[in-house]
Ligand binder design. Structure first.
Ligand SMILES: O=C(O)CCCC[C@@H]1SC[C@@H]2NC(=O)N[C@@H]21
Length: 249
């Protein structure tokens, strides 16, 4: 059985608007990192202003962290969280080959989108930056395919793809333990080992992908992720580094 990691708090809510909103409300009173898990969210949000379906049975949580390091390290926590999510998925299913990571931080199962991460921050308070890592996993149910953009990957659920029913509380224990391990590695050795581990689980490495930023699109071969976490594409016009985008396969 996996132990809850030392130094991390947790609270369980029946219903909340969004665990990200709850994180912002409680952060000023927290002394250390805290996981907030909600059975149901009434106003969950996804990346780039999109909504996020959050029915009971799915995993909906936010980790509140206080960061003392350089501001650019905050965004790299999305790779730490994605790796932890990957490991938690493997821990509960025993199927490492079924999962992969899509830049910057989606978890795929059998090639469909299983989980997403949304990072938010709340400005500097007392020298430490509060960072909120919102994580949603379709443990029980996935939204219908027509609820996502035309070129987006099909949404999948863990139950639908594997027949396994995993309780959000059990998933949180695995995720919190994995996050604490990778966070300790990040604190000790920086981004390099996190980057290597992320790349070894990456979907479509060496293959053509399209990165969309606003209204412009860049098509190229997915070469790597650089030391700043940027997507590196080799295009006919040369190597392009992309700090933030939606990626389509
Ligand atoms: O668009 C994505 O891929 C990111 C989805 C993030 C959803 C999670 S669910 C818990 C937390 N609360 C929210 O309102 N959003 C995040």
């Amino acid at each position: 059985m996996t132990d809850w990691p030392d130094g991390y708090g947790r609270r369980l809510l029946d219903e909340v608007d969004s665990t990200l909103n709850e994180a912002a409300r409680i952060a000023p009173g927290l002394a250390g990192p805290e996981w907030i898990l909600a059975r149901h969210q009434t106003a969950a949000r996804g990346r780039r202003g999109r909504g996020w379906a959050s029915p009971a049975g799915n995993f909906s949580a936010t980790l509140v962290l206080r960061l003392n390091g350089p501001a650019q390290h905050a965004a790299l926590r999305s790779f730490v969280a994605a790796l932890a999510l990957f490991d938690a998925c493997v821990a509960v299913t025993g199927r490492p080959e079924a999962f992969s990571l899509k830049w910057p931080n989606d978890v795929l199962l059998n090639g469909g989108k299983l989980a997403g991460i949304l990072l938010e921050s709340a400005g500097v308070a007392g020298g430490a930056m509060p960072l909120f890592i919102g994580i949603g996993v379709n443990l029980a149910e996935a939204p219908p395919a027509d609820a996502v953009e035309a070129r987006a990957l099909r949404p999948v659920s863990l139950a639908g793809e594997t027949g396994m029913r995993i309780a959000p509380e059990a998933f949180l224990t695995e995720l919190a333990a994995a996050f604490a391990r990778y966070e300790a590695q990040f604190a000790a050795y920086g981004f390099a080992p996190i980057r290597e581990a992320w790349l070894s689980r990456a979907a479509r490495l060496g293959q053509p992908v399209t990165a969309r930023t606003g209204t412009s699109e860049t098509r190229g071969t997915f070469e790597t992720v650089d030391a700043e976490g940027q997507l590196v594409l080799m295009t006919p016009a040369g190597r392009v580094r992309i700090p933030a985008a939606d990626v389509f396969f």
